[in-house]
Ligand binder design. Structure first.
Ligand code: FMN
Length: 179
């Protein structure tokens, strides 16, 4: 493969330095989601993910990626459904909770169970119940494609993640708001 010269002030990526790559990609501000499913053994499974993205309107598809080292990998690969919960700004502790391993991440967390058996958290800005339609290789992650079948949404302010920190979004002061 042809090697690019580092002109115009660009820095060559150092694939031996995951911290550098993480910091670089962390410049992209995202929302935060918790993604839930029903595990193979009937266990409720949930994890925090900011790799969520919209993908297609027709059909309505979304994507997200899961580290191949995640303990919940086989639960998500075998699940027929998963649910995406878009977190509100007050959910920063909930985000931290679902990013840490625990015996039962749902203990003490308000949730219900939909007909497909998928646990649904209460209070999210939006909840998307998705059929698990495709999975693709993506380096050290697996990319999941979901087709939205049912949803729920409410008004509220989103939780934002940027440069490794939780943030609060506000309207841009330079942009005139039309009534
Ligand atoms: C804000 C935030 C975003 C995250 N996004 C992802 C992600 O998109 N994919 C992923 O595999 N892990 C992501 N993680 C890490 C997982 O939430 C964490 O490894 C979790 O424990 C995995 O669940 P498990 O241990 O039950 O498999 C993120 C963590 C945080 C705090």
């Amino acid at each position: 493969m042809q090697q690019l010269s580092n002109d115009l002030g660009l820095t060559a990526i150092d694939i031996e330095n995951p911290r550098e790559i993480r910091n670089l990609l962390g410049q992209f501000a995202t929302g935060v989601t918790v993604i839930t499913t029903r595990g193979k053994d009937g266990r409720k499974v949930g994890m925090t993910a900011n790799s969520f993205s919209s993908l297609s309107l027709d059909p309505p598809l979304i994507l997200w990626s899961l580290a191949k080292t995640a303990p919940s990998l086989s639960d998500f690969t075998s699940a027929e459904y998963f649910a995406i919960h878009m977190l509100a700004q007050e959910h920063h502790q909930l985000s931290g909770h679902f990013a840490r391993p625990a015996e039962d991440k749902f203990a003490g967390i308000a949730h219900q169970q939909c007909a497909a058996g998928t646990p649904l958290l209460e209070g999210a800005l939006a909840t998307l119940l998705c059929r698990n339609v495709n999975q693709y290789e993506g380096g050290d992650h697996l990319i999941f494609i979901g087709q939205i079948e049912q949803y729920q949404q409410r008004a509220g302010e989103p939780l934002v993640f940027h440069a490794g920190k939780y943030r609060i979004a506000s309207e841009h002061p330079d942009v005139l708001q039309t009534a």
